[in-house]
Design a protein around this ligand. Sequence first.
Ligand SMILES: C[S@@+](CC[C@H](N)C(=O)[O-])C[C@H]1O[C@@H](n2cnc3c(N)ncnc32)[C@H](O)[C@@H]1O
Length: 250
Amino acid sequence: MSNTVDEMTERMLDDAGIGPGMRVLDIGCGPGMTTFMLARRVGSAGHVFGVDRDAQMLQVARQKARDTGVTNVTFIQGGFDVRFPERGALDAVVGRRVLMYQSDAAQAISQLTDAVRSGGVIAFHEHDMVEISDGRTALPLHDQVRSWLREMLRHEGANLNMGFQLHSALSAAGLAVERVRAEANVLTPTASYPVGSIIRAVLPRLLQHGIVTEAAADVETLDERLAAERTAANATCLWEMVFCAWGRKA
Ligand SMILES: C[S@@+](CC[C@H](N)C(=O)[O-])C[C@H]1O[C@@H](n2cnc3c(N)ncnc32)[C@H](O)[C@@H]1O
């Protein structure tokens, strides 16, 4: 995950008012990138519960907590139906790139609202694969790599346009939406994004779905080839849109 994306998450957390002393749930925490971001933010007076259905991801997250001496986090295996002993005890729920994997995002969110106190915030950061280009500059390699990712997500039943649906999902879950924000992840001849490492990380899934061969992906040279394509065309490219939205429980 690039710093740019983490910066967008941090801005969302700032603007949604998530801060020191809060008890926060990170739903779909994966290996804990957002959980540790939240742990720094809530400090020793607060606590973060990282919840994920994937035991392996949680193992990585717990090891990281041990290695870095972070004690204000608890990782729990579970889903949106996770139950907390005290009803209404959480100040906030945060999720990043997790709603896109739910067949009914509004219903998933509404499963969490019971655990949040009145006035608490529920905030999601979701990527959207909407295609935006200047319409004049051909960037075939960029298009091809994005099409691999799109196809992979489609195979996995993910919602590629979750960003555009955040407002309706939060509203349908009974929350008063405070803000929807979209920013682009932008590549230029001088600004890159670690596409090579993303493709390397998802290569087993791409191979499994028969989307690309290892030779065609050629991850070792991918970033170099993408940069060369942008430089040759002197092009700016919107890689993806990142949506952040949050609402409050009445
Ligand atoms: C793309 S990863 C994002 C991880 C992390 N939020 C981040 O931004 O770095 C999506 C994560 O959501 C988890 N996930 C998806 N659906 C879930 C569900 N219904 N309940 C719990 N975890 C879920 C997956 O196991 C995976 O770890």
